[in-house]
Design a protein around this ligand. Structure first.
Ligand code: 3PG
Length: 207
């Protein structure tokens, strides 16, 4: 599956911070039950790679990837755990080379036109706009769409259930990313039904 297909398969890409590996499968099942199949598990916790493996092994309808990739070796580790894509907050030549070598789909993060052009030069035409709100969100994406219409964006960072529909209506937005689908308190208390409701609401945001 190419990264553009993965983006098209979701409305909102949930940014997941999984502290306990035992939360991984019920959390993924809850999101999938609400229509959210593409899951970004951030590599910010010790449990992250094990969580990816648990989801890949046990939730066949999920399309699981990793986020917060900031070191070259993390691409191969993510692939070995079963991740099919990897999201980075930014891009360097070293990260681009390691990602290509690992053979995993990559959604590189950019914030400026120069960064976007550098990512195009590395062969990427789908990118995460990060941090989206601070970068100018809707106005920034409209402005980028003029000179750089070939880039499909996933704005992430500060996106909410309120701001997502307008972003999703832009021709250069494939999906949006956000952490609001898996609030820490709901995950901690295992309120999977509430998470399914949030997913259901998010999956209908494209209008
Ligand atoms: C992150 O880095 O956690 C993501 O960009 C999500 O940001 P959000 O919490 O503003 O959705």
């Amino acid at each position: 599956m190419q990264i553009r297909d993965i983006m098209r398969a979701c409305t909102v890409m949930p940014v997941l911070v999984i502290e306990k590996v035992e939360h991984a499968v019920p959390l993924a099942q809850a999101l999938v039950a609400g229509g959210i199949r593409v899951l970004e598990v951030t590599l910010r916790t010790e449990a992250a790679l094990e969580a990816v493996k648990a989801i890949a092994d046990n939730v066949p309808d999920a399309i699981v990837g990793v986020g917060t990739v900031v070191r070259p070796e993390q691409f191969a580790q993510a692939k070995a755990a079963g991740a099919v894509f990897a999201v980075t907050p930014g891009l360097t030549p070293k990260l681009a080379a390691a990602g290509r070598e690992a053979g995993i789909q990559i959604l590189p993060g950019v914030m400026t036109p120069s960064e976007a052009i550098a990512a195009l030069e590395e062969g990427f035409d789908a990118m995460k706009l990060f941090p989206a709100e601070q970068a100018g969100s809707l106005g920034m994406l409209k402005a980028m769409g003029g000179p750089l219409p070939q880039i499909l964006f996933c704005p992430t960072g500060g996106v909410s259930v309120e701001s997502a529909p307008k972003l999703l209506a832009l021709p250069n937005v494939g999906c949006v990313g956000g952490s609001w689908l898996a609030p820490k308190d709901l995950v901690a208390k295992g309120d999977w039904a509430a998470i399914t409701e949030l997913a259901r609401e998010a999956s209908g945001l494209r209008g």
